[in-house]
Write a new protein. Structure first.
Length: 403
């Protein structure tokens, strides 16, 4: 193997992302169904949030000027949250609750714990300053401001923000349609008995889970047998109903690796074999102008290539920014021998002497999926690099990679 025979990840990603089709179909959905969806239009603030000055605590509204001489203040009004506030009578206080509208004339709210309560009056036990315990109109959002940009993927906090603006429905992009094809005569569905030489279809369920978490619609989910003609027919059919065809297995150099061969025969193969570990035999091409990403067959390699290649592709299709930044953390493990491939080590972020560091799963074989269950993310060992304890590595958490 030579470095010339493998494609650097950045080069491959640049080519693949150029081919990502922008998804322009849209629909309107209620907030209750918008989690994980992508905004099709920017959302501007229709009115100030909060719409009026209100109390941040349970307590009493007053004028600070009325506190001279520490005389008691009669309680002239009780204003529950959600009711209009009358003007504050001079020389008095008004009973408020968290979220109660501030009466006109008041310039502070004192917490109920800081007052002595008498018969219809209160005496203040602490220093009170103007503006104290008041949430000002528009302190969260100002009318006309940009609240959320187009391409934002909606998380629970974005849904809450939209609700605070009184927005009940939002325009979102249609979900990316993905066809999932796992390959191999040896694959058996979970729940069925295994014959000699057979294994359970791990990758189908890993990919279905990843695609669901990424907000995709799975249009086809089938297992391809090791047959060239059947592979050709199924790829063509799947491409007709999807924005992306995602396969696992069938992209290496074996006689029964038919996915790559079909792409190559049709002239649709544009990229094959990456300089990464695990995940080298990744292929990219087109069938009937539909992009096809052929992932390796080994389970850990499927996970790594999905996170590092498929997720950026899906984000690009939806006009989403790439949020993945990673962090630099010291390693607790050793990689003594350099490799021409960049390695993505299944690693766990752990605390040692109060400092975050990276621990590697002992078995990094691409067939060991338990490594990903144990790990919290991926640590990156650069091409031609070695690792010794204390060396700083870039680390990506699974949560960040799937965001």
């Amino acid at each position: 193997m030579t470095t010339a025979s493998l494609i650097p990840l950045e080069t491959a990603l640049a080519h693949i992302l150029e081919q990502a089709p922008p998804l322009n179909a849209r629909e309107r959905v209620p907030l209750s169904q918008a989690l994980g969806r992508t905004l099709a239009d920017a959302q501007r603030v229709p009115a100030d949030v909060p719409p009026a000055d209100n109390s941040a605590v349970d307590g009493y509204a007053l004028r600070c000027a009325d506190l001279a001489g520490n005389r008691p203040l009669p309680v002239s009004a009780r204003i529950p949250a959600g009711t209009p506030a009358p003007a504050l009578a001079p020389g008095t206080a008004a009973r408020l609750f968290t979220g109660s509208e501030l009466p006109v004339g008041a310039d502070a709210v004192v917490m109920q714990e800081d007052v002595d309560i008498g018969a219809g009056e209160i005496r203040i036990k602490t220093t009170v300053c103007p503006g104290q315990n008041i949430r000002r109109r528009g302190q969260d959002l100002r009318r006309g401001d940009l609240a959320l940009a187009r391409g934002t993927r909606l998380r629970p906090q974005e849904l809450g923000l939209l609700a605070s603006m009184g927005i009940a429905e939002v325009p979102v992009l249609a979900r990316p349609r993905v066809a999932v094809l796992t390959t191999g005569d040896e694959l058996v569905e979970p729940g069925q008995p295994l014959a000699p030489g057979q294994i359970y279809n791990t990758n189908r369920f890993t990919l279905l889970g990843l695609l669901t978490q990424a907000g995709c619609e799975v249009t086809v989910c089938e297992t391809l047998r090791d047959d060239r003609a059947a592979t050709r027919t199924t790829l063509s059919r799947a491409a007709g109903s999807a924005d992306l065809v995602l396969t696992s297995g069938g992209v290496s150099v074996g006689e029964e690796d038919h996915v790559r061969a079909v792409l190559e025969e049709s002239g649709g193969l544009s990229l094959w074999r990456l300089a990464i570990k695990p995940g080298k035999p990744l292929a990219f091409g087109r069938v009937q102008d539909t992009p096809v990403l052929g992932l390796p067959g080994n389970p850990a390699a499927v996970l790594v290539t999905f996170l590092m290649v498929v997720m950026p592709f899906l984000r690009r299709c939806q006009g989403q920014p790439d949020p993945v930044q990673g962090e630099r953390l010291p390693a607790l493990f050793t990689v003594p021998s350099p490799s021409i491939r960049r390695e993505f080590v299944r690693a766990r972020k752990t605390l040692q002497d109060g400092r975050p560091q990276l621990e590697a799963y002992p078995n990094q074989s691409s067939g060991v999926l338990s490594s990903a269950c144990w790990a919290s993310g991926l640590a990156v060992v650069p091409e031609h690099g070695t690792v010794h304890p204390g060396d700083l590595l870039t680390y990506y958490s699974f949560a960040e990679l799937l965001s």
